[in-house]
Design a protein around this ligand. Structure first.
Ligand SMILES: [Zn+2]
Length: 386
């Protein structure tokens, strides 16, 4: 058997694969598969439609017993337009910190789990540990759905899942949902001296965005509220807008994106309906009077559920006991927990590193966090075996 690799060394290997979501992750996944294979652990891959990306699912210990999933995403966000001190895909160690794209979000967790694989194999005698590593999390939790289908076919249904997103090794028991939309506004071109013959798509978009902003303000003031979240209410925001060509043409096209990050108990559908109804009933009639083809097209980009697990759920109790933690927290950022939760698998978010580092230039993870994660995973496996 090969000697055990250090977590930091494994992280160096993983950071070296440029798994920005737009790229293939196969080199990284094949490296992981071969590494596990070298320790006598078989992996199953599931591919996206192009075949250029894959999830990896591996079971350590008895496959016919219910066990625990350790979930992580293999992809990372781009480094474009970011000022990095050194190459983001070459792990740099300085003063107890390891710098590189994905160090915190979330190759640190995957590296720790992989480095421990030989030890987990010795200790997972009664209940298995499953590695579930996905593609395309950062672009809308796309890969994990296929992974969950695969888990559904596992010999024994896992009884819990730990999503290792960076929480500074604190257990997180709820997250907001994310509904993200693209709106295309169609108008009609005209010379800008003849505005009444055209339909201005940029102005129509602006009117709808103003309405979205008014809804956001109302929700911020009137709630619902959940003080465990920061901010403690559902947020709505427009992120991009593109429209028009030159100053002296009434623009025929404009598109913009917006998103709703909803509290787990707050149904986002009435808010989405309110936006669309304003477009259809208030804005479109006037546009169509001039140009029947004018109007709004709404396209959902991602619809991800919020998630909350009961504080007295056995999965929460287990993670708290293993960590020696009394408190739990909530996350306003999106993770795959919502999708595992929707599949009926009790899920806790807990991983090394700080979410404040995620997606930033000079992203880092403290080596001490990797050590804490090692202790957690070893104790978790021992507890399951006992
Ligand atoms: Zn992440």
């Amino acid at each position: 058997m090969m000697a055990r690799m250090h977590s930091g060394e494994m992280l160096r290997r993983l950071v070296g694969f440029d798994t920005v979501s737009r790229n293939s992750n196969l080199a990284a996944i094949e490296f992981i598969r071969d590494y596990l294979d070298g320790h006598g652990i078989a992996s199953r891959l599931s591919f996206d439609d192009s075949g250029a990306k894959a999830n990896l699912f591996a079971t350590i210990g008895p496959a016919d017993a219910p066990g625990i999933i350790l979930s992580g995403h293999s992809d990372v966000v781009p480094v474009d337009q970011q000022e990095w001190t050194s190459d983001p895909f070459t792990l740099r160690s300085q003063n107890g910190k390891l710098y590189g794209r994905g160090a915190a979000d979330m190759k640190g967790f995957i590296a720790t789990a992989l480095a421990l694989a030989p030890e987990l194999k010795q200790r997972a005698t009664a209940a298995p540990i499953h590695f579930a590593f996905s593609y395309d999390e950062e672009v809308g939790c796309i890969g994990v759905s296929r992974l969950i289908d695969q888990i559904g076919m596992a010999e024994a249904r896992p009884f819990a899942c730990v999503v290792g997103e960076p929480t500074m090794m604190r257990p997180i028991t709820g997250q907001k949902g994310l509904q993200s939309y693209r709106c295309k506004v169609h108008g009609r071109e005209a010379h800008s001296s003849r505005t009444s013959y055209g339909v201005n798509a940029v102005e129509a978009a602006a009117e709808l965005i103003a309405r979205i902003n008014a809804i956001a303000r109302r929700v911020r003031e009137e709630g619902p509220f959940d003080r465990d979240f920061d901010p403690p209410y559902t947020t709505i925001h427009c992120g991009t807008i593109h429209g028009g060509t030159v100053q002296n043409i009434v623009p025929a096209q404009c598109d913009f994106t917006y998103e709703i990050r909803n509290l787990p108990g707050h149904d986002p559908d009435p808010l989405l309906a309110e936006i669309e109804t304003h477009a259809r009933e208030v804005l479109e009639p006037e546009m169509k009077n001039v140009a029947p083809e004018a109007g709004f097209d709404f396209n959902a980009r991602s619809r991800l559920p919020g998630y909350a697990i009961a504080e007295d759920d056995p999965a929460v109790a287990l993670v708290k006991r293993v960590l020696g933690a009394n408190e739990t927290g909530r996350a306003s950022y999106m993770t795959e927990a919502g999708l595992f939760g929707r599949a009926g698998i009790p899920t806790v978010i807990c991983g090394p590193g700080d979410i404040a580092q995620a997606h930033k230039p000079d992203e880092f993870i403290e080596e001490a966090q990797l050590a804490r994660c090692e202790t957690f995973l070893l104790r978790l496996t021992e507890t399951l075996a006992a």
